[in-house]
Design a protein around this ligand. Structure first.
Ligand code: G3I
Length: 356
């Protein structure tokens, strides 16, 4: 009996070590071209400062595969402007310096997002003029600091709710709906060469939000408000239909603005049973979804292709990563930073020119 128990343990360890060596078709990238070499538009990655500082495998893969970089958190309001009269740029400057050393574009995320206001903003006291000056000083101090180093900005992030109305926020309360337009004007004054984006999620569900965003964009263009692009985050579940994804990208492109798929990741766990297990079939379905997303994007006018940015690098640094074995697996690289079928599917789509 004891030997049977030991044999079972041995076989379990053997199978899990084989799975570990090649989970879901992951393989080394050496024999593949890189994403930045093969894609006809910029390909970016959202970088977390902790992984960036501590993991050489992570840093090397970022510079090997990507030509654009977004700071996941260190360019947000509470990271850069932690108290009313203090700006802290150290961490953000580290990422910008790395990008410059590696000839990578930097996309700034994000000047205004109510979810990441530091406590002092909520305690600030003043009339409408004082609040507009706060907004202006925040935006212009940051944009001027990065002038010539940060190519583009998410000026305002996630201002609309599912119903296509402006979300409650301190800016809406203290300044009014015009806070969005003012943010764009302030940013443009500080760096007239920077490309300015409105960034949001959920366009691909073709609900009221995408229509509200497109109406705002068209109104801004008509009135000369300096907006240059729309960021479509594309945090999408594996189950979402390709037709909706393609339609939403075409609708954004109908504004004539640049389109940035700004936070791409494809959750395989979303809408799945509670106790979730990744497998080869899901990895293949995810590969097909990544390929469909990239091909839909490449069908809009080339002049509007600002690029695609993945939100995080590998499954282990994904913001969806959870404690314990019940992880999601949303990225093109696995938990050991090896390319998954999704990476190979995107490369293949362009290698054989199928991606056009
Ligand atoms: O740095 C502190 C650390 O000192 C502290 O010990 C720890 C525990 O409280 O918190 C750390 O800060 C966390 C930060 O991520 C850095 O890890 C914040 O609590 C946490 O809220 C923050 O979450 C980020 C979230 O935006 C909110 O800013 C996620 O990493 C980031 O992936 C996520 O990204 C957003 C985009 O900016 C906008 N679109 C949606 C996307 C996903 O939610």
């Amino acid at each position: 009996m004891k030997y049977l128990f030991l044999a079972v343990i041995f076989l379990f360890n053997l199978s899990s070590s084989i799975a570990q060596n090649n989970p879901y078709g992951a393989s080394d990238a050496q024999d593949q071209p890189t994403l930045k070499a093969i894609l006809p538009f910029p390909i970016g990655v959202a970088v977390g400062i902790r992984h960036f500082r501590n993991n050489p495998v992570y840093r090397n893969l970022v510079k090997e595969q990507f030509n654009s970089i977004t700071a996941e958190n260190v360019m947000k309001f509470k990271a850069l402007h932690p108290s009313e009269h203090t700006f802290t740029f150290k961490s953000a400057d580290e990422i910008v310096a790395f990008a410059q050393e590696n000839n990578m574009r930097v996309h700034g995320h994000t000047l205004i997002w109510s979810k990441v206001n530091p406590p002092w903003v909520k305690e600030f006291k003043g009339d409408k003029t004082a609040w507009k000056n706060l907004l202006k000083n925040h935006i212009q101090t940051i944009v001027k600091h990065f002038k010539g180093k940060v190519r583009s900005w998410d000026v305002v992030n996630e201002a609309y709710n599912d119903g296509g109305k402006l979300k409650e926020s301190i800016w809406l309360e203290k300044i009014g709906p015009e806070y969005i337009e003012l943010a764009f004007r302030y940013a443009h004054e500080a760096d007239p060469d920077a490309l300015l984006f409105y960034n949001d999620y959920g366009h691909e569900y073709l609900g009221k939000r995408i229509y509200a965003i497109i109406n705002m964009a068209k109104d801004f263009k008509k009135r000369g408000v300096p907006i240059h692009g729309l960021g479509m985050q594309m945090h999408i579940p594996l189950r979402l239909e390709d037709t909706k994804i393609r339609r939403s990208i075409e609708m954004a492109a109908s504004t004539g603005l640049l389109v940035h798929l700004s936070e791409v990741e494809i959750s395989v766990k979303h809408q799945m049973p509670k106790v979730f297990r990744m497998d080869d079939q899901l990895a293949r379905q995810q590969a097909d979804k990544y390929k469909a997303l990239f091909k839909a994007y490449s069908s809009i006018p080339k002049s509007q292709q600002f690029g695609i940015t993945t939100w995080n690098l590998g499954d282990a640094d994904s913001f969806r990563n959870s404690k314990g074995p019940n992880h999601d697996h949303p990225m093109m690289f696995d938990r050991q930073y090896r390319p998954k079928p999704a990476f190979k599917a995107v490369i293949e789509a362009w290698k054989s020119n199928k991606g056009q």
